[in-house]
Ligand binder design. Structure first.
Ligand SMILES: Nc1ncnc2c1ncn2[C@@H]1O[C@H](COP(=O)(O)OP(=O)(O)OP(=O)(O)O)[C@@H](O)[C@H]1O
Length: 363
């Protein structure tokens, strides 16, 4: 059985002075007018489950006016286990505690995987390649400690190689760095391609549920030519090293490592046409929705656990059929926190089964 959040409380966190929330194990809807702290609550839930926030604030932005410290405490329970997690923010620092002991934010991820879907997620289709890589990597890092380590080692080694390219160094030193970057890059690529292979078929499957007869295909576009889902790591190391060597003159000229998984992208094609260039706003929204819902399914398939689903203000952005698709998902027994200004987006059956928590200016 998966963990669920049984309680979350706030002290001097943004505009949530002393609020306490005890979400249901199913669907909880936070309803209220604009700017009352609904998204702040969702952000805090993301912090205590993944160690990071989609809004990427500085620590001081988390403090209520005049406060020296902000606290968010959450209790996660399930399967006879109880895990207490806490975020403490001071003007220049964020600290995390797990069962009272200090830990790094990234060490919190993996306890309860959270998946957030918000209106900005349209950027998954319309945004830059780094947005799509980041989405894959952040899911991978939450789902697998190994993925997280490989990603941070590789990121550091590319930064170091770029510094050498910029400052100038002899060819022998660069040869050594090429080998280390290729090994790290191929390992990351191997993890990412495996993840992509499983996720992309689910994305297409969910898209068909959302959009009916249209067909969505997701393609991984690697900067290492010839890299494909299913290849072994050693084969990928060989390909990457060979291509890094062939492109070294370009790397030196641009003082950048131009080959590797930090340059890759994901392409979405609806009925054979690039969704980024040709898709309507509605089709692009369906792709983003399908991606997030596929992450939920993959979490269940991969880890045998249900994630925490955070839906921030998405119902207003979706038409009736896409809202119905979200409703079907959340009725499947996943702990879900939804924020909205308007309960009329929910059908009567769901309204009856979910916990409705009013938010007001006094939050
Ligand atoms: N550090 C802070 N201290 C006090 N208030 C803050 C802080 N950071 C943000 N706020 C306030 O929180 C409010 C925004 O809250 P939030 O983003 O949760 O709104 P919301 O209820 O989700 O509204 P909407 O429906 O418009 O998305 C704003 O009024 C903002 O001024």
């Amino acid at each position: 059985m998966s963990l669920t959040v049984s309680r979350i409380s706030f002290r001097d966190y943004r505009n949530l002075a002393g609020r306490v929330l005890e979400p249901s194990e199913g669907v909880t809807v936070l309803v209220g007018p604009n700017a009352v702290g609904k998204t702040n609550t969702v952000e805090a839930l993301q912090y205590v489950t993944s160690g990071q926030s989609f809004r990427r604030p500085s620590p001081s932005e988390l403090l209520a006016p005049g406060a020296a410290e902000a606290h968010v405490s959450a209790r996660l329970e399930g399967d006879g286990r109880v895990v207490d997690v806490e975020l403490v923010a001071t003007p220049d620092k964020r600290r995390f505690l797990r069962n009272g002991k200090p830990c790094r934010g990234q060490d919190l991820s993996g306890t309860l995987l959270s998946i957030l879907f918000c209106p900005d997620d349209l950027s998954l289709v319309k945004g830059s390649a780094s947005r799509r890589r980041g989405e894959l990597d952040s899911f991978g890092a939450q789902a697998n400690v190994g993925y997280r380590k490989v990603l941070s080692t590789y990121t550091r080694s590319v930064e170091q190689r770029n510094r050498l390219l910029k400052d100038g160094c002899d060819a022998a030193l660069l040869d050594a760095w090429d080998e280390s970057v290729a090994l790290g890059g191929a390992t990351l690529l191997h993890h990412r391609l495996n993840l992509f292979g499983r996720l992309s078929s689910l994305v297409s499957e969910v898209y068909a549920e959302v959009a009916g007869s249209e067909r969505l295909a997701c393609r991984y576009a690697p900067s290492v030519e010839g890299a494909e889902v299913g290849m072994g790591r050693d084969e990928l190391v060989g390909l990457m090293l060979e291509q890094m060597r062939a492109r070294r003159a370009d790397d030196l000229r641009r003082a950048q490592t131009l080959t590797g998984p930090h340059r890759d992208d994901v392409v979405f094609e609806i009925d054979g046409r690039d969704a980024r260039a040709y898709g309507s706003q509605g089709q692009q929204r369906s792709v983003a929705l399908a991606w997030k819902m596929a992450e939920v399914r993959l979490c269940e398939d991969l880890l045998g656990e249900r994630p925490l689903l955070l839906l921030d203000d998405v119902m207003s952005e979706l038409d009736a059929s896409r809202r119905a698709c979200v409703t079907r998902f959340v009725e499947g027994g996943i702990q879900t926190i939804i924020t909205t200004t308007n309960l009329s987006y929910f059908d009567d059956e769901l309204l009856e089964s979910m916990l409705v928590v009013p938010y007001g200016p006094e939050s």
